[in-house]
Design a binder for this molecule. Structure first.
Ligand SMILES: [Zn+2]
Length: 232
């Protein structure tokens, strides 16, 4: 039997037996982790509050024959406001869906963990166009996984973007007119500047960005496409 301590965010909570649940956690120390919450569905269960998705807590647990059971938890933040607004909840669920796809057991990623907390904190506390938060999170995901998009300069020749810019499927990067090949598609200047503005803006200031609606739609579609190509 081994005692474990970790900080984690609840990504998913599944019923198990009559009164238990199995949590999927994104933890700072161990990456993705599955842990059992025993008796949590009983009316007076002590650990009831941590069964909810988005909850961020300090956990203590025991690991025995490949199964981890949570023994105590101290809630740091519930991010409750995300679940009380349908748009925020939808965006929060998208963030969790991405995390469940890119996080793995025994593979901690401190950068991604911190970015996730910043993103959830921002989502729960501010009213911003949720597409902006999603684009920001996708950009941060790329960074945390080592696929940072080069938004300022052509990623092949290193020149500043002056005229048209393209996404090169072969390179998995944004390139200039001279460096594009037949497997490249054009990205509009507006879409490109939306991506740059969001990338360069801190979470705390995202709500002050005024962005063109069509460009925002194009940017979100573009970034989701890149995510599918690169990561999934
Ligand atoms: Zn170039």
């Amino acid at each position: 039997m081994k005692n474990l301590k970790f900080k984690g965010i609840v990504l998913y909570s599944k019923d198990y037996k009559e009164n238990d649940k199995i949590l999927t956690l994104f933890t700072l120390e161990y990456g993705l982790l599955y842990a059992k919450l025993v008796g949590v569905k009983k009316p007076n269960a002590k650990l009831k509050i941590i069964k909810d998705v988005f909850c961020f807590a300090d956990f203590e647990a025991v690991s025995k024959s490949d199964f981890i059971t949570i023994t105590s938890a101290e809630v740091i933040e519930t991010f409750h406001d995300i679940t009380s607004d349908i748009d925020k909840y939808y965006t929060g669920c998208n963030i969790i869906k991405i995390l469940r796809a890119v996080c793995f057991e025994s593979q901690p990623n401190q950068v991604l963990f911190v970015e996730t907390l910043k993103c959830l904190k921002y989502l729960s506390s501010k009213n911003v166009d949720n597409r902006i938060i999603e684009i920001k999170f996708y950009l941060k995901i790329f960074e945390a996984l080592g696929y940072q998009l080069s938004l300022k300069k052509c990623s092949i020749c290193g020149d500043n973007f002056i005229n048209k810019r393209y996404y090169s499927i072969d390179e998995g990067a944004i390139v200039c007119y001279s460096c594009k090949n037949k497997n490249s598609f054009e990205i509009s200047n507006l879409c490109h500047s939306v991506l740059r503005l969001i990338a360069e803006c801190d979470y705390e200031k995202l709500h002050s960005l005024k962005l063109n609606n069509e460009a925002l739609i194009e940017a979100l579609n573009f970034i989701m496409q890149i995510y599918k190509d690169k990561i999934k």
